[in-house]
Design a protein around this ligand. Structure first.
Ligand SMILES: C[S@@+](CC[C@H](N)C(=O)[O-])C[C@H]1O[C@@H](n2cnc3c(N)ncnc32)[C@H](O)[C@@H]1O
Length: 352
């Protein structure tokens, strides 16, 4: 009997647009989780506000962030061939294509292929190929758990918990190092009628990472007129993408919110004040900056080891929320709220 391929069934499903009646619903698509559940669960923004007085925290007490130093094979071979360090922008171009390929893959099908490849290689005693297939099966198994099952990368419930409760009306949002722009979309769903400028110097983020972000992905937010919950889609949002180096931006003090997700940990300490200044420079008086960085925890260290070839092109630190908060505090920010979401530390701040 002929069966319909999964992708065709899913393409039909994708025509479906969720509404308020679907709240509480969650499902797994081949590439991501749909999650219309409430954010009021214990696993989001947990351990909120562990530091009561930032003036009393010191680097001696908390130590320094951990540096990830296991580099991608492609970066190492590029550097051997070119006899120089890979330029930082090239690192990001490689990273964005490589990371996005994981979001674009039907994970279960990819794992099935890798396991079949492993069986085939073992039957031929092709040990090198068997090792590669084993590593690939493990990577798809872990990516499936992290991105689809636990949804720890996009983490909509964590992000909603992080963004909620701000006194904003139709905010102007600047997203630095925007990549796929996910958080700007989640933010605009919660504060409808706003406008976001996404900035990334890799044009591939404009054309592909953000440009091809699934139109069917539902963002839980609010209705602008009634304030009651509503599902939003990217094609309903007012977003511009600027391909530029964030150091070259020439905006005035015109944004209510500046967001970065996984950006400041890529600036070594001698450039941290520059990184934080980028979050202050374009804020209106009273505006806020929301900053997240990957957490210093065993799971993260294992992730950046297993996925070194796919992820590790540029300088990266893993830090605790105390590190992130202290950097912000030392660079002239008041910490309004801080805590940990699934894979990241997060702070809501305002220039002092
Ligand atoms: C680690 S990624 C952010 C994580 C993101 N959420 C993701 O899904 O990949 C950092 C992004 O910042 C961009 N970026 C890094 N330095 C930049 C700069 N100086 N100007 C503009 N974009 C920059 C990179 O191109 C990359 O897309």
């Amino acid at each position: 009997m002929a069966t319909t391929p999964i992708s065709t069934v899913y393409e039909v499903e994708q025509q479906r647009r969720f509404t308020i009646t679907d709240f509480g619903h969650t499902e797994l698509t081949p590439t991501y989780r749909v999650d219309l559940r409430s954010n009021h669960t214990p696993d989001v923004f947990h351990d909120a506000n562990p530091v009561s007085d930032w003036r009393k925290l010191s680097w001696n007490t908390i130590g320094r962030p951990y540096q990830v130093e296991r580099w991608s094979r492609d970066k190492r071979s590029w550097e051997r061939e070119n006899q120089q360090e890979m330029p930082v922008k090239t690192c990001w171009e490689q990273f964005n294509r490589s990371f996005q390929s994981m979001f674009d893959t039907d994970v279960i099908a990819a794992r099935r292929n890798a396991v079949a490849g492993l069986g085939n290689a073992l039957s031929r005693l092709a040990l090198h190929k068997a090792w590669e297939s084993l590593e690939e099966s493990l990577q798809w198994t872990v990516w499936n758990r992290i991105h689809r099952v636990e949804d720890a990368v996009w983490d909509p419930r964590g992000k909603r918990a992080l963004f909620e409760g701000l006194d904003l009306h139709k905010p102007a949002v600047l997203f630095l190092g925007a990549a796929d722009g996910y958080e700007a979309m989640q933010f605009l769903a919660m504060y409808p009628g706003g406008h976001a400028v996404l900035v990334d110097y890799d044009d591939y983020c404009r054309t592909d990472r953000f440009g091809k972000f699934p139109e069917a992905y539902p963002f839980v937010g609010n209705d602008a007129t009634t304030g009651s919950p509503r599902v939003w889609y990217r094609d309903e949002m007012n977003i511009d993408f600027e391909v530029a180096d964030i150091r070259d931006l020439r905006y005035g003090k015109e944004f209510d919110v500046v967001i970065s997700i996984g950006l400041v940990e890529h600036f070594p300490d001698q450039y941290k004040s520059l990184a934080f200044d980028m979050h202050r420079r374009f804020l209106k008086p009273g505006g806020i900056a929301i900053i997240t960085t990957p957490r210093l925890q065993l799971e993260s260290k294992l992730f950046y080891t297993l996925f070194a070839d796919k992820m590790n092109f540029a300088y990266r630190e893993l830090m605790d929320v105390t590190h992130l908060g202290l950097y912000a505090y030392e660079n002239g920010f008041e910490i309004l709220r801080h805590g940990r979401i699934k894979a990241h530390n997060a702070i809501v701040t305002r220039p002092r």
